[in-house]
Design a protein around this ligand. Structure first.
Ligand code: ADP
Length: 561
């Protein structure tokens, strides 16, 4: 009960009696006890929850810590402690964050900590812990800055993720990539060497059979020589295909750009294969949209892609017709999509075989007893060339009825006015013009290989040139010091002094040596080599084996300059 009393006094101030009240407070007491009980329960719950949160905090699979304004530790969780190997006592209030960071990460910290205080947020910082034992641990750090109600900085809240796995994966990937790159480089070097090694003897075979055929009157011998020449050409074509494919796959393939007439290129392909088709009573025709002007692209590679398709059509068709169709579709103001189709009514291809044919080395019939020869590279090259030209390649076919192989290319519309093709063409062979107008000029051949010396000299003397031969770059320097030359043919690889160095030295000489045309003759068919030649001051580049036709065209071009 609750009681309250008060003394009552008379007029003289004398105490007469007391009055009091008594209240029954049992209900209130009961309520109070209940409340107390509740409070205890609540406290227990809070304690329990705190413990739960703390274990969540401490045992999370990531590190947590808080720093004060100076970067000193305020809190840290168990996970992080287990990573770094310090005890909580060693760290809290005693250590600065940079003390557990590697030197590189310290720099990052110095830059980013002030930023964190300013912007309130820091995400995805890659750094490294230094453990107590000195070992390193890659981490990924996220942090927030916490501000109080007055906007004053209070502390940071950082979350740290173990980055070891990711770093290891990255490292493994880099190692794998480096291995692949180095294998690729080795492959390129191998290919360049192989190309050089094969082209050199091939040069001799092709060059010498030309020279022999020239002087031969015996028809049987002439026939044999033609066969040698054809075989050598075939071998060269195979080597070129392998090289092209490898270069494309090694991303070493660079398309040239010049203005050309697509229909004319197709016409050339048709005329190259016309005879071969006619022998099998297969007709070969060309249908095409009229192109408004010249297109800009790589005519050689466009021709090569088409030649592969038409060559196949002729090979796999015994009688009937082959139609080359060229269509264009404007893409935008300055580009067209050129679609080239080659339709034949040859043996056709089963649906199952269609797609794999565009992969290198794939043929419908790869058996030993197959009827058709070939390497299986043509379609793979055509598809890759089309892709390099921004297009695609494909086929529709019905066995026994025939096939339509196609490829597309995005080509720019040339800005220049169409060339007057007819005017530019000279109807007289270059060889004859050379003989008539340029005979008697002095040409220097710098070449160490006796057979190549013989071939170049013979080709030159055939058009009436006066030829001097230098066996290497040093000899060439001595010769140019003594007399002027109208043109220099320069091999690249030679003992004593190579072609690059000889060219540089010649270009340093006074007077006409600045401008005399120097043409590299090389068995290296890679574009980098070409760049090297031009850089050293050469004007042009001819790849061995040297064919008389190309050789004379090039010679005439530079002598006319
Ligand atoms: P190759 O002709 O040297 O074997 P390709 O890559 O050019 O290599 O062609 C691969 C294969 O595709 C050929 O071996 C042949 O089986 C098939 N093929 C190509 N063109 C035709 C065609 N026009 N008709 C029928 N089969 C063809």
């Amino acid at each position: 009960m609750l009681s309250r009393g008060q003394p009552i006094r008379d007029a003289d101030g004398k105490l007469t009696h007391y009055i009091g009240i008594v209240v029954d407070i049992s209900a209130r007491k009961r309520a109070e006890i209940k409340l107390e009980h509740h409070r205890n329960e609540l406290e227990q719950l809070v304690e329990y929850r705190t413990a739960e949160l703390s274990s969540l905090y401490n045992q999370a699979p990531c590190g947590y810590h808080s720093l004060d304004r100076d970067g000193m530790f305020i809190t840290v969780n168990d996970t992080e402690l287990s990573w770094i190997g310090y005890t909580r006592e060693e760290i809290i209030g005693r250590m600065h964050a940079v003390e557990i960071l590697s030197p590189d990460s310290r720099e990052l910290f110095e830059i980013n900590f002030p930023k964190l205080l300013e912007t309130g947020e820091l995400a995805g910082l890659e750094c490294e812990f230094v453990r107590k034992d000195g070992s390193l641990m890659p981490i990924l750090l996220h942090a927030r800055a916490i501000f109080d109600n007055n906007g004053q900085f209070s502390h940071t809240l950082s979350t740290i993720i173990d980055n070891t796995g990711r770093k290891q994966a990255e490292k493994a990937w880099i190692t794998a990539r480096e291995a692949a790159e180095s294998a690729n480089r080795a492959k390129s070097v191998f290919l360049a060497n192989m190309s050089h090694e094969i082209r050199t003897p091939l040069s001799a075979i092709i060059g010498l059979s030309h020279i022999m055929k020239r002087g031969s009157t015996d028809p049987v011998q002439a026939n044999y020589l033609s066969k040698i020449d054809n075989s050598a050409h075939h071998l060269l074509a195979v080597i070129n295909d392998i090289l092209d494919l490898s270069k494309i796959e090694a991303d070493k393939f660079i398309l040239e750009e010049s203005d050309f007439n697509v229909l004319e290129a197709a016409q050339n392909v048709a005329s190259m294969l016309y005879e071969q088709a006619a022998k099998k009573s297969v007709s070969l025709s060309l249908e095409g949209d009229q192109f408004p002007s010249l297109l800009r692209g790589d005519p050689t590679r466009f021709t090569q892609a088409l030649l592969n398709l038409v060559g196949n059509a002729v090979k796999f068709t015994d009688h009937g017709a082959i139609v080359i169709r060229i269509r264009q579709q404007p893409i935008n103001g300055n580009q067209v999509l050129v679609r080239t189709e080659v339709e034949d009514n040859g043996i056709g291809i089963a649906a199952d075989d269609l797609q794999r044919l565009f992969r290198p080395f794939e043929q419908v019939d790869g058996s030993q007893t197959r009827r058709y020869s070939g390497t299986g590279l043509g379609l793979a090259i055509t598809r890759r060339l089309a892709e390099l030209m921004g297009g695609k390649a494909g086929v529709e076919s019905t066995p026994g009825k025939g096939s339509t192989f196609w490829f597309t290319a995005r080509l720019k519309i040339a800005s220049a006015k169409p060339l007057m093709q007819e005017e530019c063409k000279n109807h007289e062979p270059d060889k004859d013009i050379l003989k008539k107008k340029f005979a008697g000029l002095h040409i220097l051949v710098v070449e160490d290989e006796p057979i190549n010396q013989l071939i170049a000299t013979t080709f030159l003397e055939d058009v009436g040139m006066e030829v001097k031969v230098a066996n290497n770059g040093l000899e060439a320097l001595n010769l140019v010091a003594a007399e002027p030359f109208a043109l220099i043919l320069m091999d690249m690889q030679m003992p004593e002094m190579d072609g690059i160095e000889a060219t540089r030295k010649i270009r340093q000489l006074p007077n006409e040596w600045n401008t005399v045309p120097i043409v590299a003759m090389t068995a290296n068919a890679f574009t980098e080599d070409r760049a090297k030649c031009l850089e050293a001051g050469m004007n042009d580049f001819i790849t061995k084996p040297i064919y008389p036709e190309n050789f004379y065209t090039l010679l005439l071009f530079w002598l006319r300059k």
